[in-house]
Design a protein around this ligand. Structure first.
Ligand code: NAD
Ligand code: TYD
Length: 345
């Protein structure tokens, strides 16, 4: 297969590119705009593989997509590219709509026009909104997104449904719970808390810290996405989850214990507006249809993740200092300009 991965320089996308190069014979073209969240260091070593190509560009850029899809004879698309941070969507929702909604629609149209045979939309459990203390989301739970991020993902997710129903375009949607692991951008809970603890900075816990998330190790998510690509039923939605619920405060305490830092670093701060209380995924369907189940238990995954952030301190220190974006601006021009065009003739 010739697979286009969008957003392959981000956290899950870069893990997925590595997963594909390791576990398949397929060719992988990575299209990423390199926004603040995209980092080519996440892909160090991949460029040596002749089956891999990186293109800097925007999923909203029709001309670029048209050229790239045909030039690379793309038959499959795995769509990760998105604005992904809830807090940023509270500060400025617009780019979430242009990238996540419009970008997905443009990508769907161009992929369909180019005769793409398989399209996986990487959606999220956040489209379902918030749970009380009981129950889990199934694929038929109503969509009730609460943040601008979640609403933009729900819109993209439903556009995929519409492209299947209206045009018979073979889209498969995955809705996964919170991921963790190597290369996660240090604005998200786990890497932020690790980095702050190591630098002796306060660990900001929102509200009472009793919100619950269902954590899944990133490679288990990549395997689910890959199964969805190869064996997923067109038009189907698959929930993906860790079966591993944890309260934020308990998780932060666990991280501090593992890093041998004092719980006194915890600082309760104002809650996130519209903060979802609890997510929990019922992943029985993907288990029954494709035999998927998480393989990395939370203790192992968290230990691996903490060790990775300890060993890769220069990776996250550079990000936190902003040095890596200055480098891309110098190399390609500021993010938002379609610097990828020049490379796709
Ligand atoms: P991320 O923010 O780390 O990476 C997003 C990537 O998309 C970045 O490399 C960025 O440069 C790129 N990008 C952004 N706008 C673009 C555009 N217009 N054109 C091309 N590239 C663009 O995000 P992540 O955590 O790796 O999440 C990846 C996907 O998985 C997202 O769609 C997200 O909604 C979904 N998801 C994430 C989680 C999670 O826990 N992180 C859980 C479920 C689903
Ligand atoms: P996050 O990693 O942003 O993922 P999401 O909002 O997509 O679930 O946050 C995970 C949980 O941690 C969420 O309940 C918000 C909380 N949180 C904090 O308490 N403090 C923080 O500094 C961050 C970033 C998140």
């Amino acid at each position: 297969m010739n697979i286009l991965v969008t957003g392959g320089a981000g956290f899950i996308g870069s893990n997925h590119v590595r997963y594909l190069l390791r576990n398949s014979d397929d060719r992988v073209v990575n299209l990423d705009l390199l926004t603040y969240a995209g980092n080519l260091e996440n892909l160090a070593g991949c460029e040596d593989d002749p089956r891999y190509r990186f293109v800097r560009g925007d999923i909203r850029d029709r001309e670029l997509l048209r050229t790239l899809l045909r030039q690379e004879a793309i038959d499959s698309v795995v769509h990760f590219a998105a604005e992904s941070h809830v807090d940023r969507s509270v500060e400025g929702p617009e780019v979430f709509i242009t990238t996540n909604v419009l970008g997905t629609e443009i990508l769907l149209e161009e992929a369909r026009a180019a005769g793409v045979q398989r399209f996986v939309m990487v959606s999220t459990d956040e489209v379902y909104g918030s749970l009380g203390s009981e129950g889990r989301f199934t694929e038929s739970s109503p969509l009730a997104p609460n943040s601008p991020y979640a609403a933009s993902k729900a819109s993209a997710d439903l556009l995929c449904r519409a492209f299947f129903k209206t045009f018979g375009f073979p889209v498969v949607v995955t809705r996964c719970s919170n991921n963790y692991g190597p290369y996660q951008f240090p604005e998200k809970l786990i890497p932020l808390m690790i980095a702050n603890a190591l630098e002796g900075k306060p660990l900001p816990v929102y509200g009472d810290g009793l919100q619950v998330r269902d954590w899944l190790y990133v490679e288990d998510h990549c395997r689910a996405v890959d199964l969805a690509l190869r064996r997923g039923r067109p038009g189907a939605v698959y929930n993906v989850g860790g079966g591993n619920e944890m309260r934020n405060l308990d998780l932060v305490r666990l991280l501090l214990d593992r890093l041998e830092r004092s719980h006194d670093l915890i600082k309760f701060v104002a809650d996130r507006p519209g903060h979802d209380r609890r997510y929990a995924i019922d992943a029985a369907y993907i288990g029954a249809e494709m035999g998927w189940a998480p393989t990395v238990d939370f203790a192992t995954g968290l230990a691996r993740t903490v060790d990775w952030y300890l060993a890769q301190r220069p990776w996250w220190e550079k990000i936190r200092s902003g040095a890596y974006t200055a480098y891309y601006d110098q190399m390609y021009g500021p993010a938002g300009r379609h610097a990828g065009d020049a490379r796709v003739q």
